[in-house]
Design a protein around this ligand. Structure first.
Ligand code: AHR
Length: 573
């Protein structure tokens, strides 16, 4: 018999607005992400701009809102000037990060044009590895200044009259990592980032700058790095970055499935450091600036903890990094400096997609502090979209939870908790088997519950009846104890799902029954499979897709979650 779990949520208790930037992604000059990924002039679907239309269609379907560019490790050796102007004059260069040859046939103007075709907000990174203030200012002038000055006029001469108006900029990449070209310690990087950031704001005070946080939560300097760089850059930045990649290690699938526990803790620690530095800055006399930009230093104590710095979780995904390190890495032993080699082309399984769905739940739950995020990456290299040169493009398993979240987990995230069984993991100890998050998009009149069963072996029956909302005609919350995880009086909120279409109501509904959000479930989709290693491939590109769950399966307000499954339950408000 299935174990029982119950979601408790209140649609009226808003945690935060979900920033659309949470559904960003990442295009790096890495392997085949750019070349034969988004850009392949010889491809049958490519237009005169060289962009693969089949990939653009999938990118639009994925619902990506922002894309970070051009790296990643690549940016730390990149000369942006190489990638602009007539293509025949662009130099080829060594890319030290990925041991490849960069042809520079795709550069800044192509990327901007591509984002415009895709309807995506670009997010740029400046090189603080081999370069510094002057090059960053030139890049910003080229990108954002209308014209009439030397560098901006180069853009105009290159065929783009209007500035691009890029609003979000990363101050380097993973500068705490010894692998990073130009790696520095926290003091040196903080000083450089503060200086470059201040200069960039002199050109455009409206920019949102992202300072590098730790490359992952296992870095030896994690925590102290954040504190130091925040102290040095506090006055110029809007975000600090987090990066995290997860993989199954040594066959420990159960720990891998619980990877979001690490993401939750990671976000919690970084949010704590942001608060700490905010308090220090306030004590220094500057006052604490609230999230809305207003000075909250003389407000209530709670207000004083408000932060203006958010987290940009601008690299996250499943990545089989150990395989890359041991077998895949280009070392020069074979082709010394290949052009667009097949690198990091992970094939994602159902289990991987369930983990990605679980990480999305964590990100959305933390929308109060996570103001931007980028699934790393977009095409071919650790990506939801795969391509063959001259051939088709297809969706990996991880495409599905991302597309659902990007399309529907919008509006506001509301308070939500789950009571249910636990699982034992070697890496994280005892953790809840089921995790969930609820968002409501009041403008669109709909909501979404995303839930994951991280148990490797046990199915769980998920009770949906304690999700309360104002319902038709509005109303207040009938039982404040619900969200405290107390006993649930299921009699005053019940779900009725009719086989003919979820949404019918039972005849015994009282006024409080009107408050069940789940009287209006409109669609249920699930990611699960008897074979959790199943994946989509060139030969079988649709082996794994989302499964529609018949309304009859949730009659009585219970949804059966198989082991290793992720579900999206849509409802109307
Ligand atoms: O996304 C792949 C690489 O992972 C990025 O280039 C780097 O920033 C991170 O280590």
């Amino acid at each position: 018999m299935a174990e029982q779990a119950k979601v408790n949520a209140d649609l009226e208790r808003v945690v935060a607005e979900v920033n659309p930037r949470l559904y960003g992604s990442f295009v790096e000059h890495l392997g085949r992400c750019v070349y034969t990924g988004i850009y392949e002039p010889e491809h049958p679907s490519a237009g005169p701009d060289g962009f693969r239309q089949d990939v653009l269609d999938l990118v639009r379907e994925l619902g990506v809102t922002t894309v970070r560019y051009p790296g990643g490790n690549f940016v730390s050796g990149y000369r942006w000037e190489d990638g602009v102007g007539p293509k025949e004059r662009r130099p080829a260069r060594l890319d030290l990060a990925w041991h490849s040859t960069e042809t520079n046939q795709f550069g800044l103007d192509e990327f901007m044009e591509w984002t415009e075709s895709a309807g995506i907000e670009p997010m740029m990174a400046v090189n603080l590895g081999t370069r510094g203030l002057e090059e960053a200012l030139d890049l910003l002038e080229y990108t954002n200044v209308p014209g009439g000055t030397a560098v901006a006029d180069q853009r105009v001469a290159n065929g783009r009259a209007e500035p691009y108006g890029v609003g979000m900029w990363c101050l380097g990449n993973e500068m705490d990592g010894p692998w990073q070209l130009g790696h520095r310690d926290a003091e040196a990087y903080g000083e450089l980032a503060g200086r470059v950031g201040a200069g960039m704001l002199q050109i455009d005070p409206g920019l949102e700058l992202v300072v590098c946080g730790s490359s992952n939560s296992s870095m030896p300097t994690f925590g102290s790095w954040e504190k130091e760089v925040l102290r040095q850059t506090w006055d110029v930045i809007s975000h600090i970055s987090c990066h995290a990649y997860y993989e199954e290690k040594d066959g420990d699938t159960q720990s891998f499935l619980a990877s979001a526990v690490d993401m939750d803790r990671f976000i919690g620690v970084v949010a704590g450091v942001i608060d700490e530095v905010a308090a220090e800055k306030a004590a220094d006399g500057g006052g604490i600036v609230g999230t809305d930009g207003a000075d909250a230093s003389d407000g209530a104590a709670g207000e004083a903890r408000a932060r203006k710095v958010g987290i940009s979780f601008d690299e996250w995904n499943v990545w089989y990094q150990r395989h890359w390190e041991s077998e895949e890495k280009v070392t020069g032993a074979t082709d010394p400096w290949p052009v667009a080699p097949r690198l990091l082309e992970n094939s994602y399984s159902v289990a991987d997609a369930v983990v990605v769905g679980s990480l999305l739940i964590s990100l959305v739950r933390h929308a109060d502090v996570v103001t931007s995020a980028s699934l790393a990456q977009l095409v071919n290299a650790i990506a939801p979209i795969m391509t063959e040169p001259g051939g088709p493009a297809w969706r990996q398993t991880i495409f599905y939870p991302f597309a659902v979240a990007a399309g529907l987990a919008r509006g506001e995230v509301v308070e939500c908790s789950v009571a249910g069984p636990s699982i034992q993991t070697a890496e994280f100890g005892t953790v809840p088997a089921v995790d969930a998050v609820v968002t409501v998009d009041r403008e669109a009149g709909r909501g979404l519950l995303m839930a994951v069963n991280r148990s490797l072996g046990d199915e769980v029956s998920l009770g949906l009846s304690s999700i309360l909302g104002s319902g038709p005609g509005g109303g207040t919350h009938p039982d404040d104890d619900l969200l405290a995880g107390g006993a649930v009086n299921a009699s005053h909120v019940r779900v009725s799902a009719s086989p003919a279409g979820v949404g019918a109501r039972t005849s015994d509904q009282s006024h409080s029954l009107e408050q069940s959000a789940f009287s209006a479930v409109t669609r249920v989709r699930m990611l699960c499979d008897d074979d959790i290693r199943a994946a989509n491939t060139l030969e079988d590109p649709e082996r794994v897709t989302l499964r529609e769950v018949a309304a009859s399966k949730i009659a009585g307000g219970e949804l059966l979650l198989p082991p290793v499954s992720w579900a999206a339950i849509e409802f109307s408000l």
